[in-house]
Design a protein around this ligand. Structure first.
Ligand SMILES: O=C(CO)COP(=O)(O)O
Length: 253
């Protein structure tokens, strides 16, 4: 009923040359038909990726966007309309690195979500708790609050036009993956929260997991009933590894 989705977030990594090499490797992969596949390269390299991936099932995502849909006097920002113009179909909003390092509040994230939708991009709303919040048992509150900001404006139907990515901050780039059971618990909690508002739509929302996903742990995570795929950081910079993760999502169907 829900298609799995695997996205690679390249973060601020890459040069023209390393991107070329990665793209060659990606084009050698055997991609599963039943999985939505995307990469989020640094914006500077989107065009390069688009050209190299012509005919590939890999689609493009921005890593962030301005809170204003169209052009404007926002030095250094990239609008959702511009991402769309260069071929992106998705955009990450509210990644924990944006929240913690660039001060993005739930309100700003919600405006970005709105701006993305207004331009026909599918926003990937990232949510997740810090280690401290996890240790003090605040995961449900924190994730609930981050979701609520978008739900207040768009409801579950609006959220379902995008994707939810649960990324516990303590698992990002640390090699510490949430266990499949831990991640499933939070995904099920998210879906239950949405189901209270609109059960039918809640069953359609793709909820993917992020945080040290690798080929070796992907299958066990993706087998969980409410984990609809992954948002992959470091491992997405290796074509074979990313290919294996994508195939694990297909097999875990
Ligand atoms: O932040 C992430 C993806 O957005 C996860 O990063 P890692 O897979 O490197 O832990």
């Amino acid at each position: 009923m829900r298609r799995p989705l695997v996205a690679g977030n390249w973060k601020m990594y890459g040069t023209r040359q390393s991107v070329d090499e990665l793209l060659i490797g990606l084009n050698e992969q055997h991609w599963p038909d039943e999985v939505d596949l995307l990469i989020a390269p640094p914006a500077l390299y989107v065009q390069q990726c688009r050209e190299a991936l012509e005919g590939s099932p890999l689609r493009l995502a921005g890593q962030s966007c301005a809170f204003q849909a169209e052009s404007g006097a926002l030095t250094g920002e990239i609008s959702p309309a511009q991402l769309r113009d260069v071929g992106c179909e998705f955009v990450l909003v509210g990644h924990s690195e944006r929240r913690s390092l660039f001060g993005e509040t739930d309100e700003v994230v919600c405006r970005k979500f709105a701006a993305a939708l207004a331009c026909g991009l599918r926003p990937i709303l990232c949510v997740g708790e810090t280690r401290e919040q996890y240790d003090s048992g605040e995961t449900a509150d924190v994730v609930g609050r981050q979701l609520q900001a978008v739900l207040d404006t768009f409801g579950v139907g609006g959220l379902a036009q995008g994707v939810v990515a649960y990324e516990p901050v303590w698992a990002i780039g640390t090699g510490l993956t949430a266990t499949p059971e831990q991640a499933q618990d939070v995904h099920a909690m998210i879906r239950a929260r949405l189901a209270v508002l609109d059960d039918e739509q809640a069953q359609c929302v793709q909820i993917v997991y992020g945080g040290s996903v690798k080929a070796e742990n992907a299958h066990a995570l993706f087998e969980m009933p409410d984990i609809d795929g992954g948002l992959v950081g470091g491992a997405s910079l290796n074509a074979n590894e990313f290919g294996a993760i994508a195939r694990a999502a297909g097999q875990a169907q």
